[in-house]
Design a protein around this ligand. Sequence first.
Ligand code: NDP
Ligand code: 8X3
Length: 265
Amino acid sequence: TMTAQPPIVFITGASSGFGAAIARRFAGLGARLVLAARRYERLEALAAELSDSRIAGPAGARAPAIHLIRLDVRDRGAVDKAIAELPPEFSEVTVLVNNAGGALGLSPAHEADLNDWEEMIDTNVKGLLYCTRALLPGMVARDRGHIINIGSVAAETPYPGSNVYGACKAFVAQFSLNLRSDILGSRVRVTDIEPGMAETEFSVVRFKGDQEKAAAVYRGVKPLSAEDIAESVVWCAMLPEHVNVNRLELMPVMQAFAGFAVKRS
Ligand code: NDP
Ligand code: 8X3
């Protein structure tokens, strides 16, 4: 359990997968939570679950403080408004987890749907920028904060069909490092978490609801879980305040790299 100042943690994409698991972990530490996603009913169900699992503290058990926001991170005006209108007890956000995102499609570039490409850029890149730009000034002014971006192994390792998804995550990786350069001198931290194969709704979304295709991705292998990622996020956030994890790459033990591909005639 946390002492004096429990963190206020703002998590985008908290309705599923990593985001929900990260919310559960921080709730268990006594953090105040701001949970955002488009599927509001999912957020309500998660908040109800977290309120049922009371946190034991010196003053007895209490329900965690949670603020829910129905938010599409692609909507710049909506992001600004949601952050400007945070209730006072949630407004001094100390940890922003830019988690909302995902992949759409696995087609080669010459066949991919340009709408999918735009949606991936709008969510994984621009949505992350909107949230970051809205919350970073307060963090710098208060000299306390942590931006934790969810990148991917796809940022550095190419694979067929990763095209724009991997490029978005490469943006996230470099933007994370560049942020550190800009805010050097403040105590605000920036971390890029780069997971490999993890079983969430990621593949169901990528394959547009095709459960069979999604299940096949994880068949015969023990993938990372959302809880594994939540563990790494909380670890980075709870390190002593002079320690900054720049990037952290995780994979299942049974996943590695495929090497160069050569097409011989
Ligand atoms: P899920 O599909 O389970 O979760 C994605 C979350 O993002 C959902 O909560 C969804 O909420 C939210 N989201 C998507 N679009 C928007 C939007 N426009 N506005 C607000 N929220 C949005 O997948 P994961 O938990 O796996 O994905 C989380 C992050 O992890 C993503 O950035 C993904 O790229 C990354 N990642 C995933 C890996 C994996 O193998 N699973 C590996 C590496 C990185 P809602 O639909 O309710 O808005
Ligand atoms: C998700 C992992 O390998 O499907 O970022 O791109 S991968």
